[in-house]
Design a protein around this ligand. Structure first.
Ligand SMILES: Cc1cc2nc3c(=O)[nH]c(=O)nc-3n(C[C@H](O)[C@H](O)[C@H](O)COP(=O)(O)OP(=O)(O)OC[C@H]3O[C@@H](n4cnc5c(N)ncnc54)[C@H](O)[C@@H]3O)c2cc1C
Length: 502
């Protein structure tokens, strides 16, 4: 054990004793502390050295009883734990930890689907269940439900994604909004259920989100107040018909009219899904390698990216959305959307395909990693209100910063009804330390500049959580700390998550 990393404020003797107790609780093979076993947990794509956010160990329970036992040991010995579900939060920190040396509580082995209600279209899952497993399960029942999943759907978990308030691209794309009922373990061993889950023999835990009294689910997302051991989620009845369309616009300045027209179509329900709006940069990166289209240094010029997209029959902005419903509804929504999008200058490709929008699991989005090579990625995700002028202001600001740092400007937008999440992958080669430093500086400047311009972030990586938290106001920091002190007074659950510590 001579060269192993220790958890913060823990002596080697105490750490040894912690590991021994965990081995007794979960079995020796499920407590990992050798450098070879722990290093993969610290592999990150975000622009930090792996070592900066390296855990000291990982403990892998297989049941709620084992989680309880590990939490009791951690609480008694004051060893911090970082809970993960499938641990593939790639570009946001993967399964690394905010405070170096924190022990990962890896819940991949807890992979049971504990309830399925075909009438209400609901399931209850444990943290280790993946979307792939859930889709196989539903298909085996013969019931016709769809799932909404994020880009890496096959290999990631509904719980991990929902707790990050992640998004997909169907009408059920806001994952937290389609969750219903958490089971949560607190650091003192209290196990409780949100919503109506506390009613003896509850009939409606997965049917009614709010329960009685304060609705608590939200405080367990993007937070470190408890460990979620089960979650209910709603399934989307398979639509009778669907039609995927790409609307594209030729010029960067078209962002104003396209945002305004899409807002109208989203608000009146013609387009029921966020879909995805991509600029030329992100569409190019999804299909090409940078070296094949640009041999200069720094960021690829936008005019060049747009020219390449035009050769592919696309534009400066490309909005991929799907209409869902009965065939007559899809037909009538299509007529309406077509008329309004064309009036706003769009060219339409009416019979497109996006697997993620039609319940087909795919890992296609990983093609982004081929753009430069070297698996460096961090997502910068400012929120804009769905107003053309604000979108343009935010995206121009973002591009001025990426250009200055020589980082390629890419954006994939989730179009809500009133808010747009402008998710920008900052891509680089991890082997090139200078590039990594540029991306890090770019991200840091972006967060500050966005806050000065009145824009907050939707989500961030473990390496930037303190910075992002500091920009959301002292009162906000204080209230989070007060809740943390009440629910986890020793601060053993995920210290530093979203900038929250005791
Ligand atoms: C190419 C690519 C495309 C992507 N596309 C998308 C996308 O479309 N949408 C999207 O949302 N994301 C996307 N991502 C980001 C990320 O991979 C997903 O969000 C993924 O679902 C998160 O990983 P996970 O499900 O394994 O969660 P985990 O890594 O298990 O969890 C994420 C975090 O949530 C907390 N947490 C997890 N489980 C628990 C628990 N049980 N109790 C308490 N806290 C917990 C922890 O802080 C943890 O670090 C993409 C990533 C890549 C590389």
């Amino acid at each position: 054990m001579a060269d192993i990393l220790l958890p913060p404020s823990t002596s080697p003797a105490d750490f040894r004793s912690f590991l021994k107790s965990c081995e007794a609780a979960v079995g020796a093979e499920w407590v990992k502390f050798s450098v070879a076993d722990v290093t993969p947990y610290g592999h990150v794509a975000m622009p930090f050295d792996d070592d900066d956010h390296m855990p000291s160990a990982a403990v892998c329970p297989s049941s709620i009883e084992e989680v309880k036992a590990v939490v009791a040991i951690a609480n008694r010995m004051r060893v911090p734990l970082w809970p993960t579900s499938t641990g593939r939060n790639i570009g946001y920190g993967s399964s690394s930890v905010a405070d170096r040396g924190t022990v990962v509580l890896d819940m991949r082995r807890m992979n049971r689907i504990t309830d399925f209600d075909p009438d209400l279209g609901t399931v209850v899952v444990e943290p280790g269940v993946t979307y792939h497993q859930l889709q196989d399960f539903i298909q085996a029942t013969g019931h016709n439900f769809w799932l909404d999943f994020p880009g890496p759907g096959p290999i990631v978990s509904p719980i991990g994604n929902t707790l990050e308030r992640g998004h997909g691209v169907t009408p059920y794309g806001d994952h937290f909004a389609h969750s219903c009922g958490f089971e949560v373990l607190l650091s003192d061993g209290t196990l409780f259920r949100t919503g109506l889950g506390g009613v003896t023999d509850t009939t409606s835990w997965q049917a009614f989100r709010y329960g009685y009294g304060p609705t608590l689910d939200g405080i367990f997302t993007q937070s470190n107040f408890g460990i979620v051991t089960k979650m209910g989620l709603w399934l989307m009845p398979a639509p009778k018909a669907h039609k995927t369309v790409i609307a594209h616009w030729p010029d960067p300045s078209d962002i104003v009219r396209l945002t305004d027209v899409v807002r109208g179509l989203r608000l009146d329900g013609t387009i029921q899904t966020e879909g995805v709006l991509g600029n030329a940069g992100i569409f190019l990166a999804a299909t090409r390698r940078k070296a094949d289209v640009y041999d200069g240094s720094g960021a690829i010029p936008q005019e060049l990216a747009i020219a390449e997209l035009k050769k592919m029959g696309l534009g400066a902005w490309n909005y991929v959305f799907t209409l869902y419903g009965r065939p007559d509804r899809v037909e009538s929504d299509w007529k309406e959307a077509k008329a309004r999008l064309e009036a706003a200058g769009a060219t339409l490709i009416p019979d497109a395909k996006d697997e993620q929008q039609i319940n087909e699991l795919t890992l296609k989005s990983f093609a982004l990693f081929n753009w430069i090579g070297g698996v460096g990625l961090t997502w910068c995700a400012p929120v804009a209100p769905m107003r053309g002028a604000d979108m343009q202001r935010q995206l121009r600001l973002a591009q001025s910063i990426t250009d200055r740092h020589g980082v390629d400007f890419m954006v994939g937008t989730a179009f809500g009804e009133r808010a747009a999440l402008n998710v920008m992958p900052l891509i680089y080669d991890r082997a090139d330390k200078a590039q990594m430093a540029r991306v890090r500086a770019c991200y840091t400047e972006m967060v500050d500049a966005m806050a000065k311009a009145g824009f907050g972030m939707y989500r961030t990586s473990v390496g930037f959580m303190d910075q992002v938290a500091s920009l959301h106001g002292q009162a906000n920091l204080d209230i989070n700390r007060r809740i943390k002190r009440a629910l986890d007074p020793s601060g053993i659950i995920a210290p530093g998550k979203s900038g929250i510590r005791v």
